[in-house]
Ligand binder design. Structure first.
Ligand SMILES: C[S@@+](CC[C@H](N)C(=O)[O-])C[C@H]1O[C@@H](n2cnc3c(N)ncnc32)[C@H](O)[C@@H]1O
Length: 275
């Protein structure tokens, strides 16, 4: 559909180059534009705004995701300069701010996988929870309690909004601050399952994840890994985890979550720890 919208603006080759670089999030489209097409960015924005029905804003992503908050810079190309929108996934509603707090529609399969793995009655610690996507989907699907920690105050506030939107008060608890500090102060040996979705810094926070997880509990350890062969990425991340972990661990599963660059993958290793 997005490709069709650009039919009259770009050549076939140009639009092929652009096509994998779109995200539509509610009423917003975010597009990454290669340097060769930057001179056409406004025309691209206008064509998308005119042709894609529910869209009210088209933004150009002018920086990579970066910094502690894992946010990105956006530049308005066409429509309303408002980075907040509502996004729906698997029956949950989310208020997202695509510039001020991390959000990726590309993690929906992983969110569903985690929600399916959680057992009724579990206590879950989501260490880097953002606006609460994983937390809310899990609590909507299973009778669990999720502690949703994030250092970005705007992300924690949006998480509170999303808890209310999905009627999950008391099931999901949003706490703003540094995950390792919060765990040290109030959350030792508390969780049956711990999520570590800050893949760049997993090793740094692994001890905190272990501290908050009960003996026999599960950690979902996300990381970035280089692999010449895609099929090796899971195994390589298991090996990496086993090298860095200080506790006895049983590997339950590993997989690629998504490609993040050429021969570079975001992976997850699910482990059961013994303390
Ligand atoms: C890659 S995002 C993941 C967000 C969320 N899990 C999701 O999938 O939408 C990482 C999040 O970690 C948060 N973060 C970074 N450092 C942190 C820290 N020391 N303690 C708690 N949260 C942190 C960032 O603000 C960001 O929202």
């Amino acid at each position: 559909m997005l490709k069709k919208a650009l039919e009259n603006v770009l050549t076939e080759k140009e639009s092929d180059e652009l096509i994998s670089a779109f995200d539509q999030i509610g009423e917003i489209i975010i597009v990454r534009i290669p340097d060769s097409l930057l001179s056409k960015k406004k025309i691209i924005g206008k064509a998308l705004l005119d042709d894609v029905k529910i869209v009210r804003s088209v933004f150009y992503q002018s920086s990579a995701v970066s910094g502690d908050f894992r946010t990105r810079d956006l530049e308005i190309l066409a429509g309303e300069d408002n980075t907040e929108t509502e996004y729906k996934e698997f029956g949950c509603r989310f208020t997202v701010d695509v510039e001020k707090a991390f959000f990726s529609p590309r993690l929906s399969t992983e969110r569903e996988r985690i929600a399916n793995l959680i057992q009724n009655g579990e206590v879950v610690t989501n260490m880097f929870a953002g606006i609460g996507m994983f937390s809310i989907m899990a609590a909507k699907k299973k009778k669990c309690t999720v502690y949703s920690l994030d250092i970005n105050p705007i992300a924690s506030k949006l998480c509170e909004t999303n808890i209310e939107l999905n009627k999950l008060l008391g099931n999901v608890i949003s706490i703003n601050g540094d995950a390792s500090e919060i765990i040290k102060e109030q959350s030792i040996d508390k969780s049956d399952r711990t999520l570590m979705l800050l893949p760049e810094r997993s090793d740094e926070f692994l001890q905190s994840a272990i501290d908050t997880t009960k003996d026999g509990g599960i950690i979902h350890y996300y990381s970035h890994i280089h692999a010449d062969k895609k099929t090796d990425a899971g195994k390589l991340s298991e090996e990496h985890y086993l090298q860095v972990t200080p506790v006895k661990s049983e590997i339950l599963h590993s997989k690629i979550v998504r490609a993040v660059g050429p021969r570079y993958y975001q992976t997850v290793v699910d482990v059961k720890i013994s303390k």
